[in-house]
Design a protein around this ligand. Structure first.
Ligand code: MN
Ligand code: MN
Length: 417
């Protein structure tokens, strides 16, 4: 049985066992003025948490820890959960896309996310945009190109677990390869960014007089008659040949970018490898192209805890790849909110807000944490406490010196239960 089910069952049996005992006269003794800590803690153990009115049972079941919050939760935090499965899927011949931006998740001002599918051979049209673009390959294979203002071009292939970073204003393309194209997550370093507002190659040419195009491209107007009449966005194409042929065909090393705009994240040696799981941290220190996004790929075993921590320099935008999670965010003023996460959900943590994540399922939990910064940074509660004079910790938390000595001293931990 998972930690989560044990937890839920325990709380539900309390609900059943004490409801009758607390009915009728039992509640008459509760003082009407305010709620004691004990009353708040046991509020769900009587009829107070009953819900006889309408309910969306499916949504309730998805977030049991928000519906019946842990007694330590309090207050009304801005949303820390959303799901790509709640938004419109823009399906075109060749693939689809959907997005979770600050319109869907208003607190996320730093990052907007997009997931996209391209079938084998299909293109995400040549385009550019105002935000920097970071990507993680969720599935399959793709070929990407990005052109630099210095006249150099990067052409590379990516597979599951690989990243790319395309700087703002640098035109680029993505094409699905065999055998079944690809799906990937895009993260833009502007919460208000929209995939609908990108600058499309065909869209610009469709809105430029043929006379001007003819002069600019040095192509007779008669040869421009088949130009698309509007932006293509996603459209099918033939699977390209080997990567080296493409690189050679455009001019080889003489025109090739000096910078690698891709990175093999999943294939790298873990930055932290612990009994409860591992973490791969990729920022501009090891992936120089990624100047504005730092990322962590976390894998946690069943029952494992991603320790209590916070990030001093950025908010955190999460994408859940697989498994089941519960995250609690502490946002000062005694506010705390717990939500549950599944694959394709998005999590959000405000900058400097304390948080921890539990794997509540029976499978590995895998998720990405993204930050709008060039440098990953994290404060570990355990590490902090273990660096303080014992007397100081003791005076604050009323712990014995032997208890304080047990606190793990290594930061960036993923702890087993
Ligand atoms: Mn793009
Ligand atoms: Mn975090």
């Amino acid at each position: 049985m998972s930690t989560n089910s044990k937890y839920r069952m325990g709380r539900r049996s309390i609900l059943g066992a004490t409801a009758a005992a607390l009915s009728a006269g039992a509640l008459g003794s509760v003082k009407a003025l305010g709620q004691t800590r004990e009353q708040v803690k046991t509020g769900e153990a009587n009829r107070s948490a009953s819900n006889p009115g309408p309910a969306n049972k499916a949504l309730e079941a998805l977030n049991p820890d928000s519906y019946l919050p842990p007694p330590t939760d309090r207050g009304d935090l801005a949303p820390i959960w959303y799901s790509f499965d709640l938004v419109h899927r823009r399906i075109q011949y060749g693939g689809w896309t959907r997005q979770v931006t600050s319109r869907e998740l208003p607190p996320s001002q730093d990052i907007a996310g997009v997931t996209m599918r391209l079938t084998a051979g299909s293109y995400r049209e040549l385009h550019w945009h105002i935000a920097n673009e970071w990507a993680y390959m969720l599935n399959g294979n793709a070929r990407v190109t990005v052109f630099e203002p210095n006249g150099k071009i990067f052409i590379g292939d990516v597979s599951e677990g690989d990243l790319w970073f395309f700087p703002a204003g640098h035109p680029h393309s993505i094409q699905g390869l065999g055998p079944d194209g690809c799906e990937f997550l895009l993260a833009f370093d502007q919460g208000t960014f929209s995939e609908y507002t990108t600058f499309l190659l065909s869209g610009w040419l469709a809105h430029t007089p043929r006379r001007v195009l003819s002069q600019n491209l040095a192509i007779p107007e008669a040869d421009l008659s088949k130009l698309p009449e509007s932006g293509l966005y996603i459209f099918p194409g033939p699977i390209p040949g080997p990567l080296e042929e493409d690189r050679k065909a455009v001019g080889g090393p003489a025109v090739a970018s000096k910078l690698d705009f891709t990175f093999r994240m999943k294939a790298m040696t873990p930055t932290a490898d612990r009994p409860g799981g591992d973490a791969r941290i990729v920022d501009s220190q090891i992936f120089p192209a990624s100047k504005t996004i730092a990322a962590g790929l976390f894998t946690m075993k069943p029952g494992a805890l991603r320790e209590l921590h916070w990030h001093p320099n950025a908010s955190e935008w999460q994408y859940y790849i697989g498994g089941s999670a519960r995250m609690t965010v502490f946002a000062s003023e005694g506010q705390a909110h717990t939500m549950d996460y599944k694959a394709n959900d998005v999590g959000y943590v405000p900058q400097v807000a304390g948080h921890y994540i539990e794997n509540t399922g029976n499978d590995d939990l895998v998720f990405l944490s993204l930050f709008k910064t060039d440098r990953f940074s994290e404060v570990s509660l355990n590490q902090w406490l273990s660096r303080l004079p014992v007397q100081m910790t003791r005076n604050h938390l009323h712990l014995s010196p032997s208890a304080i000595a047990r606190i793990p001293q290594i930061g960036n931990n993923i702890l087993l239960p």
